[in-house]
Design a protein around this ligand. Sequence first.
Ligand code: ADP
Length: 442
Amino acid sequence: LSEVERDEERRAGARGDGDVDQPANAQELAAMSKLIGGSGLLDVREGELEVQQRNPNSPLHSVKAFEQLNLSPKLIRGIYQMGFMRPSRIQEKALPALVADPPINMIAQSQSGTGKTAAFLLTMLSRVDPNENYCQCLCLAPTFELAKQIGEVCKRMAAYMPEVKIGYATREEKYTRDSYSNHHILIATPGTAQDWVMRYRIINMAKLRVFVLDEADVLIDQQAFRDISVRLPGCQILLFSATFEEPVVEFARTVVPEAATIRLKRQELTLDNLLQVFARPANIDIKYQYVTLTFGLFGLAQCMVFCQSRREAEVLQKRLQSDGHDSLVLHGQMEISDRASIIRRYRNSEVRILITTNVLARGIDIAQVNVVINWELPVMRDRSPDFETYLHRIGRAGRFGKKGIGLSFVVDDTDERNLRQIEKHFCTQIHEMNMDDPVQLN
Ligand code: ADP
């Protein structure tokens, strides 16, 4: 496991489930069904993205076309082939500076699902020289799943640049001497990157042109990053995340010299297209029934359920499966090959429901996911709210302007307090699903 994975999962202190088996209130369940199912919330309307991209208040807004961002024609062809029409705000703001000479360092923040990945991948693909056979661009991601996803997007973007070799430095990759010369761009998890730099000397950091940290706020204080980032003369360093608390940015500025910075205010972090709701189940069995009811909602495409511990995730998935809800479970203690096959099946929509832990809270981009359920609110070890994880988890729905719901539960006083603190922290509203008077979701 990478450090972050360990840390992400370590945070996940298990909480007792209680053992009450009263039947759920039928009226409440019916109201909830009406609330989510009957609203048309999850419709994807024709031309809606275009409308959002023309709205100056949207993070997807842009005034420029891709042709105005100093990208090569081959890259622009690749982008159009992926179905991108116009850049998002972060792409429009960051890219002209990122691909200009001399290269600049950047610390960039943008909301979940607004196209950060494309921004840094286009930078790497603009800088790489396929005639030089060594790793020139290295991107670190906190988990194996995210590294794989980034690599796949990179390959699609580079569809018209077949001479550029894109590879992985993750635990399942068997390193060979050839890996060094074979790949111009490597997408890596931190522990493996550290091994390839320091132990096997497959990656020569001194020759790197671009070094990217995706989900930079969790990667930057890791030992692996510190160890491999000591010698980076003339290398462009890019830090991207949806969350950057002030102390992290201050620290980042000391590590990344003279970085241009794009920051957001906390109140800008939650997205209008993503509706945040909570329910108050009277007991654990009603909570379980609320979850299963949500699965049956009209309009639900795919759903991710986040648990606080691996054990809890397994128990919940077993119960769901035995009750006939076809579902998958993925957590950090599973074999990497199993993780790979599960995320592939989920990505291919073979199964609609995925039960998981914080290991998948960040970065995973699956367009069809439109409901995220917090089986429990994310908490730190002292049970105070884990604000960043909350934001990242719900950000698995509502990708690039699509509509989505983040559903949480308030079971006890701690949940109540934490939910209010999350609202306050992000200056947002998490609507209570009042069963007698359902809020309008549209
Ligand atoms: P982030 O890294 O900010 O969370 P991603 O880069 O994963 O977001 O982008 C979210 C989704 O939006 C992806 O499916 C990506 O393919 C898509 N996307 C990114 N940029 C554009 C664009 N300019 N136009 C249309 N879709 C885009």
